[in-house]
Design a protein around this ligand. Structure first.
Ligand SMILES: Nc1ncnc2c1ncn2[C@@H]1O[C@H](COP(=O)(O)OP(=O)(O)OP(=O)(O)O)[C@@H](O)[C@H]1O
Ligand SMILES: [Mg+2]
Length: 425
């Protein structure tokens, strides 16, 4: 059996979580934190030149390469001699050595496959540099010896997942908010309009940080050793998007018992039980997408305005189609009613602009209203991975991949771009 008749390995690496699995499946087989715990004691030995024992240094170097953990296991080894590294920041790989270690265990320990037997599909952010794609290609072809590689833009994969309106439309605006990065990306017929991509400075990690800050300011006693993790869980379980912040405050004040939730746990060090009340944080957390200034004075443009300016900066003949298909992707778009608030706010911006220009020009005829549609769906948390699974199941996929032979003949520069194939639109 050759590699092209086996399912491809699909890996979506995120700043917070990596999703791993095989093409044709409807869910990733594993979703694990993108974290690597490295044994620092070996690293220090292999770096030190003071004792001049080069064999010991060499052995320590080998041990440092072997003695590490990834994912949840890495987080549980975070104390003592292990140091936890996060190879990705803001959706970009920051440390290629650590990333290579991470991929190694993803392939051999989690997916348990031989990389020489499978084509690979990796994802990258819409603002990843071509050099970064080259590094990824080099590691895949040189270290893992993969027979073929396709690196796809995450937003295009979200549309390929087929949750758009109308179905399978490869034109739309993808609002991808993960753990460390948030982008608004216009895609027309499967092609990203690079000049109109907008980045939003707040992502899931910031919401967690803000929820934690609010809880601490209110005097809730959270064990410091895992306060961030508790805030993340509180955020994921209890936060929601409100339609109007002032009304929401008064609703909470009128009937606190109805809205206050309790988080209970046991202090890891002492074993003493504790509980935390979760109140205004529930709606104030996600509110930072709509009023970013409450989190950081430097950020003043709300997400709906960023989406609007993304569409307005795209070619004029694509704008109606883009407003009609605003597709959500990424774990941080999963707050309850997030899509409703986004749709209302974007619609209001668009309607206000039309009303203002009609009044300014003194038009008698009313222009056709613009349809604004924010598409929420059941797989927002792993839409990118699922899109990758769909794309890698298409017959054209194997012909569109960069092969090991291409790599050997032309070098890593082939990985700078990947062709968009017909089946994707
Ligand atoms: N039900 C939920 N409600 C709100 N947020 C959630 C929910 N589930 C997960 N999240 C948040 O989504 C984020 C992870 O999303 P995702 O996996 O899309 O990010 P990523 O791919 O790791 O990061 P990035 O794409 O920014 O590099 C985390 O901040 C997590 O706390
Ligand atoms: Mg992501």
């Amino acid at each position: 059996m050759d590699a092209a008749s086996r399912p491809a390995v699909v890996i979506d690496n995120g700043s917070g979580y990596s999703k791993l699995g095989f093409s044709g499946n409807s869910e990733p087989s594993f979703t694990i934190p993108t974290a690597v715990a490295v044994n620092e004691s070996f690293l220090n030995q292999s770096d030190s030149s003071s004792n001049g024992n080069s064999i010991a240094q060499y052995n320590a170097g080998i041990m440092a390469d072997l003695d590490f953990f990834i994912g949840e296991e890495a987080l549980s080894h975070s104390s003592g001699i292990y140091n936890v590294n996060y190879p990705m920041h803001h959706g970009q790989v920051q440390n290629w050595d650590t990333m290579e270690k991470f991929w190694q265990q993803c392939i051999f320990n989690y997916l348990r496959c031989d990389p020489e037997d499978h084509y690979f599909l990796l994802t990258d952010s819409p603002v990843t540099t071509p050099e970064s794609r080259e590094y990824a290609g080099e590691i895949m072809f040189e270290t893992f010896n993969v027979p073929g590689l396709y690196i796809a833009v995450q937003s295009v994969l979200t549309l390929a997942a087929g949750y758009s309106t109308p179905k399978s439309d490869m034109t739309g605006v993808v609002v991808d908010i993960g753990d460390g990065s948030a982008h608004v990306v216009p895609v027309v017929n499967g092609y990203v309009i690079g000049s109109s991509i907008k980045s939003f400075p707040i992502a899931g990690n910031d919401v967690t940080q803000f929820v934690l800050q609010l809880l601490q300011e209110r005097g809730e006693l959270i064990p410091p050793e895992d306060s961030f993790d508790i805030a993340r869980k509180v955020k994921e379980m209890y936060c929601y998007t409100c339609s109007d912040i002032v009304k929401e405050y008064s609703k909470h004040d009128r009937k606190p018992s109805k809205y206050i939730k309790q988080w209970s746990g046991v202090k890891p060090k002492t074993g003493v039980p504790y509980s935390v009340d979760v109140g205004y944080e529930r709606f104030l957390g996600p509110e930072i997408f709509f009023h970013p200034e409450i989190y950081n004075d430097d950020f003043t443009t709300p997400l709906p305005d960023v989406i609007d300016s993304c569409v307005q900066s795209s070619p004029i003949d694509t704008r109606r189609a883009l407003y009609k298909n605003i597709v959500l992707s990424g774990g941080s778009t999963m707050f309850k009613d997030f899509h409703k608030r986004l749709q209302n706010d974007v619609k209001k911006i668009v309607d206000d602009r039309i009303a203002a220009s009609t009044a300014r020009l003194g038009l008698d005829v009313k222009p056709q209203p613009v349809e604004v549609n924010v598409v929420a769906h059941s797989i927002q948390g792993y839409a990118v991975w699922f899109g990758g699974s769909v794309v890698a199941s298409m017959p054209e996929f194997y012909e569109s991949c960069h092969t090991k032979e291409d790599y050997e003949e032309y070098g890593a520069s082939i990985c700078r771009t990947s062709p968009i194939f017909k089946g994707m639109y």
